[in-house]
Design a protein around this ligand. Structure first.
Ligand SMILES: [Zn+2]
Ligand SMILES: [Zn+2]
Length: 213
């Protein structure tokens, strides 16, 4: 019999970004270090990002490097040089022998160090799915043909649905200044997640077509 996952019941609030510290605390949340996708509300116990957790719970997997937060972008681009990106159903080899790479983390909230030594699979997972804080990432059973695989569909945590999506979308590596600027505007307007959810539902439209003149 397949083992049952212990599910986390995610708190939900329609206007979560407008809540004050007390309102967040009532839901077991707090405002902490920004995640790779520019969100800042986290779970008090396990530090996972509220908005990322909801993305994972709707089976949304993918990233566009231009919409990755500036604190993380350079480090992530450096990381990508070590990964061979292949098809969604193939293993993605990472050539970092130690399988560790320093990357910004929520731990810097309570320590002087800005970066943490991350497992390489968790870095790709964090970019493609979201920031799961201290939750454990495990390899999905029977999918990998190599040990050093970082394909985000080959890894899971308790927030993931049992059946992963068939594709990783978006999957964009080319830097595009118009998109970086667009991300900055979205962040200022606190609309990063609204935009991302809308994109999840349809194909990416170039942001120059979206920005209101
Ligand atoms: Zn997040
Ligand atoms: Zn794999």
């Amino acid at each position: 019999m397949p083992e049952k996952k212990q599910r986390i019941v995610l708190p939900f609030h329609k206007d979560i970004d407008t809540l004050d510290a007390q309102g967040l605390e009532n839901l077991g949340l707090y405002r902490g270090m920004e995640c790779i996708h520019g969100h800042s509300i986290r779970n008090m116990q396990d530090k996972w990002c509220y908005h990322c957790a909801h993305r994972i719970s709707v089976n949304s997997c993918g990233f566009d490097v231009n919409y990755i937060d500036s604190e993380y972008k350079i480090r992530f681009l450096e990381f990508l040089k070590h990964v061979e990106i292949k098809g969604a159903d193939e293993c993605w080899p990472c050539d970092i022998k130690t399988k560790r790479f320093t990357f910004p983390s929520y731990r810097s909230e309570s320590s002087a160090a800005f970066s943490e030594n991350f497992g390489v699979a968790k870095i790709m997972y964090t970019a493609a799915w979201g920031d799961i804080g201290a939750l454990r990432l495990t390899r999905k059973k029977g999918v990998c043909t190599i040990d050093n695989c970082v394909n985000p569909l080959h890894w899971e945590c308790i927030l993931n649905l049992d059946v992963p999506p068939k594709t990783i979308h978006p999957l964009v590596f080319e830097l595009d200044f118009a998109k970086i600027k667009h991300y900055g505007i979205l962040k200022q307007q606190k609309k990063v997640e609204d935009y991302r959810l809308a994109q999840f539902k349809k194909h990416i439209i170039h942001p120059s077509l979206l920005i209101e003149k």
